[in-house]
Each structure stands twice: as structure tokens, then as C-alpha cells.
Ligand binder design. Structure first.
Ligand code: MN
Length: 248
């Protein structure tokens, strides 16, 4: 693979960044520079939309282009815009990672909770999707899935149940909890496991949007079919990057 020295990979970035340096970077003005780097969303999420790493047609036929276009350019764009409004109204520093706000979301308004969650969740969602592939998890992530759930298939079953049984609008998650264990959960609306109000807290590494706007044009009422198709377009390399960042 060609390496552009002005555009280091996350691995190179982490290799040359101490934990102390990373913390300074995340909390200081250097965070905006960090956001310009590839895979920035692994270590911190900004307050604006990052470009989709694939075309609207890139997830066909499992997630159709029309759904992707409306979902990214209308729904997710509105969360990002409303989040910036809320940040302005509530005096939130938008050069800090959004994760910092989500961790103490109970101190903010419902507008911040809904749109901060909405923006974070979609940024994560776009990043863990990719062109249809038969590839599954491997390495340390696969090992941890087996340790935490018994088998990869058992994990898939739990995650699908969480996604299919979430009543109304919400998300299904695979997250790393405080003890480093992988756990499946689901949240209502645009809540997520980073929020201090979440029933199951931790760092999400995989999420599935089960709002009707995410699937209704193509699947109508057949949410289970959408949930099954989701596995075809998971970018397991991106999930593994998030797993590594959450466990090191
Ligand atoms: Mn959505």
C-alpha cells in the first residue's frame, strides 16, 4: 500500500502518539487537526459530518442508494446542524470531541441529547459499513467475541434480537464495557452507550440504526430482512480498529 507522509494511517498515528500526547491532542486545539486525519472517528468525533467513505450506491443491493442519499444528506445532516445549534445555545466548545459531551449528557438539554446522539451514532454507522463482503471478524476481535458470547454465531443471534425487538426507533450496539468485555445492548431514539443515562454503558464499536428511515424505502415493514442484510455490508476492519482503540 502506498503511504502518503502527510496522511498517516491510524496505526502509524497511534505508534507515534503517546497516550499523554493523545489526551493533550484531544483536549486542545490540535483536535481539529486530528479530525483531518483518516480514521479520526476512532479516537474522537467532531461536530460536522465527515464525507461518506463510499458512494450512495456503495452498499447496494443490501442498503439502496436512495435510502443512503436521504439518510446521509437529510436525516444525518439535520442532526449535525441541530447539534451545532444546541452547542452554540449551551456554550459547548465544539473543538472538543463530541464523546466528552455525551459522557455527561444528563447535564444538557433534550436537543443536545437527541442531536448529539444522532450525529455521533450516524458518524459511527457510516464508518463501520462498506462494500458487500463475505469477510467476517478476525484476530483479537473474533477471539473476544468468542470469549464474550461463546461463539460468533451466538453474538450475531444476540445482536439481531436486540435490533429486531427494539420497540419503535433506536439502535442495536456491540460495545466494550468498563471491564473490557464485549456486550450487546440497544437504546431508544438517538441515545447510545457513551451517555451517562444509558442502561448499559461502554464504548460502542458496532451499531445498527433501526429507525424506519434507515430501511423503509427498500424493506418497508420487514425490519428483520434489513437486520439480516446488514451483516453483508459490515466493514470488520473498521470495527476491529474501534475495538483496538477501546481496549488499549
Ligand atoms: Mn438514521
Amino acid at each position: 500500500m502506498k503511504t502518503d507522509p502527510s496522511n498517516p494511517s491510524r496505526r502509524e498515528f497511534l505508534a507515534t502518539t503517546t497516550k499523554a500526547g493523545l489526551t493533550v491532542g484531544l483536549l486542545g486545539t490540535a483536535f481539529s487537526d486530528l479530525l483531518a486525519q483518516p480514521h479520526q472517528q476512532v479516537v474522537g468525533t467532531g461536530f460536522t459530518q465527515t464525507p461518506l467513505p463510499y458512494a450512495y450506491t456503495g452498499l447496494e443491493p443490501h442498503i439502496d442508494a436512495r435510502t443512503m442519499e436521504i439518510h446521509y444528506s437529510k436525516h444525518a445532516a439535520a442532526y449535525a446542524s441541530n447539534l451545532r445549534d444546541a452547542a452554540k445555545e449551551e456554550g459547548v466548545d465544539t473543538t472538543q470531541p463530541l464523546e466528552q459531551v455525551l459522557g455527561s449528557i444528563s447535564k444538557y438539554s433534550a436537543k443536545m441529547r437527541n442531536n448529539g446522539g444522532g450525529h455521533y451514532n450516524h458518524e459511527l454507522f457510516w464508518s463501520i459499513l462498506g462494500t458487500a463482503s463475505e469477510a467476517g471478524p478476525e484476530g483479537a476481535l473474533l477471539k473476544s467475541l468468542k470469549t464474550s458470547f461463546g461463539s460468533y454465531e451466538a453474538f450475531v443471534g444476540q445482536f439481531e434480537t436486540a435490533a429486531k425487538t427494539r420497540f419503535g426507533s433506536g439502535w442495536a450496539w456491540l460495545l466494550v464495557d468498563a471491564s473490557g468485555k464485549l456486550v450487546v445492548s440497544s437504546t431508544p431514539n438517538q441515545d447510545n452507550p457513551l451517555m451517562d443515562i444509558a442502561e448499559v454503558k461502554g464504548t460502542p464499536i458496532l451499531g445498527l440504526d433501526v429507525w424506519e428511515h434507515a430501511y423503509y424505502l427498500h424493506y418497508q415493514n420487514r425490519r428483520p430482512d434489513y437486520v439480516t442484510a446488514f451483516w453483508k455490508v459490515v466493514n470488520w476492519k473498521a470495527v476491529a480498529d474501534r475495538f483496538a482503540a477501546a481496549t488499549t
